[in-house]
Design a protein around this ligand. Structure first.
Ligand code: KG4
Ligand code: ZN
Length: 351
């Protein structure tokens, strides 16, 4: 089975071709990072226009890289939400057009399920597993019981993890694409213990029994530290120290919330994997901290390879394959959904 996956829900125009043997035949991602950098954040209307301009070429490139044509496809999957609705519509309508023209199944994919199922594409992880989903738009702890069957145990009450990295990076004057910038400059911190002592940061919700998150206080604390520094351009040493302190605190908070989830997971389920997915899963300090944590509980951490941690079409194609294999596909009047919780019973928050 060969499926084309299309992803356009935020600022990546992406298409990929994946087989049911878990082979990624192509994976083309066009980032709009530079386009949005001048605005300091993703501008939905600009993103939609960029998707529209590039989607045809990106799909053609995915077919070309895989040395296939539309006739070789057994299905076409596209992100139908959650995300910026203009972009979502463009990917979804492109997929529906291909499905209609070639008379093949269309599968409408929840973007979050794409991230959540990547561990099955790369490492064939069996259900059930625990998920820490950390991206620019979402921060959630979920249990994946099966395809389409997720329990959401925790979410952020305010900002998402990636959002906190991005906003803090902006306050420090670091280049757009905040998480990567913070990780990079934190490496030049010369004395980690001194940096942590110099820039104390709060640990919101630490020790609570539930699995919720809160990051807005962290961002405010970063701002307060910056306000206390001498006026003018920030010293690179100060930025390195503050970035180190922030990244370290993020790792602490995520580990604390995951520990709460792990204890519950081991009581209620018989799995042994914590899947960490979404853009922030690329962060090495966070991954190392989570690995330390799970080793205490005889569990493993699974993170995607770098080219699958951010938004991509391969995860959407794979989610489509998982559904097609179960005989599931969607009608061509399937609706795009700007909000689309993975767990329909989760009520609070939307991130
Ligand atoms: O999953 P993703 O590509 O897009 C969304 O669906 O949001 O995640 C993007 C987020 C951004 O906030 C970005 O700053 C963050 O992931 N990110 C990182 C790293 N790489 C990307 N955060 C921390 N460390 C990184 N290395
Ligand atoms: Zn994403």
């Amino acid at each position: 089975m060969i499926v084309l996956g299309i992803e356009t829900s935020c600022d990546e125009t992406a298409a990929a071709i994946v087989t049911d043997n878990r082979e990624i035949l192509s994976n083309v991602v066009l980032s709009q990072l530079e386009t949005h950098a001048v605005y300091g954040g993703v501008v939905p209307e600009v993103a939609a226009r960029e998707h529209l301009e590039h989607i045809d070429k990106i799909i053609a490139a995915a077919l070309n890289d895989a040395e296939l044509s539309f006739d070789d496809l057994d299905g076409v999957a596209a992100t139908c939400g959650p995300g910026l609705i203009g972009g979502v519509m463009i990917g979804m309508m492109s997929a529906k057009a291909i499905a209609a023209a070639k008379n093949i199944p269309f599968i409408g994919i929840n973007h979050l399920e794409g991230h959540a199922l990547t561990a099955r594409l790369t490492d064939n992880i069996a259900f059930p597993y625990l998920i820490l989903l950390v991206s620019g738009g979402h921060t959630q702890i979920l249990v994946a019981e099966d395809i389409g069957k997720y329990k959401r145990w925790g979410t952020t009450l305010d900002d998402a993890t990636g959002e906190c990295f991005d906003k803090s990076a902006k306050l420090m004057g670091l280049p757009y694409g905040g998480g990567v910038s913070v990780e990079k400059i934190a490496k030049s911190c010369e004395d980690p213990s001194a940096a942590i002592a110099r820039f104390p940061l709060p640990s919101p919700l630490k020790g609570r029994k539930n699995c919720d998150f809160s990051f807005s206080g962290l961002k405010t604390a970063v701002r307060t530290h910056i306000d206390k520094l001498p006026e003018g351009d920030l010293d690179p040493k100060d930025i390195a120290d503050l970035s180190y302190a922030l990244q370290n605190k993020m790792a602490d908070i995520l580990a604390d919330r995951c520990e709460s989830a792990i204890k519950r997971f081991l009581q209620e389920y018989s799995g042994d994997t914590l899947v960490v997915c979404g853009g922030v899963s690329a962060n090495k300090t966070i991954k190392a901290r989570l690995e330390d944590l799970v080793s205490k509980y005889d569990m493993n951490v699974n993170t995607p390879p770098l080219d699958l941690s951010g938004d991509n079409g391969a995860m959407i194609a794979w989610a489509g394959i998982e559904r097609l294999k179960r005989g599931q596909n969607d009608p061509l009047d399937f609706k795009a959904r700007p909000r689309w919780p993975l767990d329909p019973n989760s009520t609070k928050g939307s991130k």
